[in-house]
Design a protein around this ligand. Structure first.
Ligand code: ATP
Ligand code: MG
Length: 338
């Protein structure tokens, strides 16, 4: 499936980025082949990737395991080289050059820091790598430790940190040089719901302060909550990209009813209308676009079910993901069987 064309009028309310500004990240026909990686055979990790990330947005980069997310990130950082295609970051094609690198904060997937270091020693080490002066470094360390809520634990050994604390130190490390762009590879994986919410709040705050965030993730609900735009990869190919509002369909209806008994629910199910949620004696039914509202209303009337509310039902990012990846999988299977 080709990515939908974006026009200026398509830019929705959630697309807060200025469409007239040059993209912060832009790739054109970017390809990466890991040569001879699979028992001598090549692995085509990324194919013809055209990606645009705009200033001041959170871009959610999604895709199943092995679809090419980390490969894209490593290419953007200049850690690996493309097989073909081109990239621009902040308008420059000098990927990996110090002037560009210092404007990118990077949190690697499953970031690891030596256990014998204290949180602040980790930051000092990275600060020195970034070439920050002693005075600047101290100020930045205080600043980022405060931002990620780790001032209280700065002098504790990393060994004693929880996963959430490690991730916060990772985020602090990524923010140390006060970069314009943050590239975060699965920033909330393995965290509990509270720690996730806290990290999410920090990410939104950073976006609101004007930073551009590129986040790879499997946490679809989370991405839906905070992203302006998303892209879905499958097998190294970008299947779709756009704002959340552009991509999530709202063709189905949500019908909230009261007093639906087992018999009514059976009739609804037989008509293709599923109960999605139940609160007290209210039930929320999902009416697919293929089922007429009259069919639902006539069941309600026959079963003495009270209709409280009818509203458009927008699909979730998870449903979009399953739809897009499912279609790509089917296409791949059909191609393979030919
Ligand atoms: N260094 C490497 N050498 C050979 N093949 C690699 C290398 N790194 C990644 N690959 C392959 O490239 C493809 C894309 O991998 P990548 O790590 O980019 O996926 P991902 O989307 O980040 O997956 P995950 O969600 O599991 O982190 C996979 O087939 C992977 O096996
Ligand atoms: Mg990865």
């Amino acid at each position: 499936m080709a990515p939908p064309e974006l026009t200026e009028t398509d830019d929705s309310v959630r697309d807060t980025a200025d469409s007239t500004e040059a993209p912060v990240i832009e790739t054109q026909k970017l390809c990466k082949i890991y040569e001879g990686a699979l028992g001598g055979e090549d692995v085509k990790a990324l194919t013809d990737l055209d990606l645009i990330v705009k200033s001041g947005e959170i871009f959610g980069y999604l895709g199943p395991n092995g679809s090419g997310k980390t490969t894209t990130i490593k290419l953007l950082l200049g850690l690996i080289f493309p097989s073909s295609g081109s990239m621009k970051i902040l308008g420059s094609s000098r990927i990996g050059a110090p002037s560009i690198r210092k404007n990118i904060g990077y949190l690697p997937e499953g970031a690891y820091y030596p256990d014998f270091l204290r949180g602040e020693e980790v930051l000092r080490f990275y600060g020195q790598l970034y070439g920050l002066e002693r005075h600047d470094l101290k100020r930045r360390m205080d600043n980022v430790l405060e931002l990620v809520g780790m001032q209280h634990a700065r002098s504790r050994l990393v060994r004693g940190y929880s996963k959430g604390m490690r991730q916060r130190i990772g985020l602090a490390q990524a923010l140390l040089s006060d970069p314009q762009i943050l590239i975060l590879d699965e920033p909330t994986t393995g965290l509990d719901p509270i720690a996730r919410k806290e990290i999410r709040d920090i990410l939104v705050r950073l976006r609101d302060e004007g930073k551009t965030l590129f986040i790879s993730s499997h946490e679809l609900l989370e991405v839906e909550m905070i992203s302006n735009r998303v892209g879905i990869l499958y097998d190294g190919v970008l299947q779709t990209t756009g704002t959340i509002d552009e991509l999530l369909l709202d063709r189905d209806l949500s019908v909230e009813v009261r007093g639906a008994g087992a018999e009514a629910l059976e009739k609804f199910a037989a008509a293709g209308i599923q109960a999605e949620d139940a609160v007290d004696n209210k039930i929320v039914l999902r009416l697919p676009e293929t089922v007429s509202i009259y069919a639902a209303m006539s069941i309600c009337e026959a079963e003495h079910v009270e209709v409280i509310r009818i509203a458009p039902r927008r699909e979730t990012l998870e449903e979009l993901f399953v739809r897009v990846v499912g279609m790509a999988e089917r296409e791949a299977r059909e191609k393979a069987s030919k």
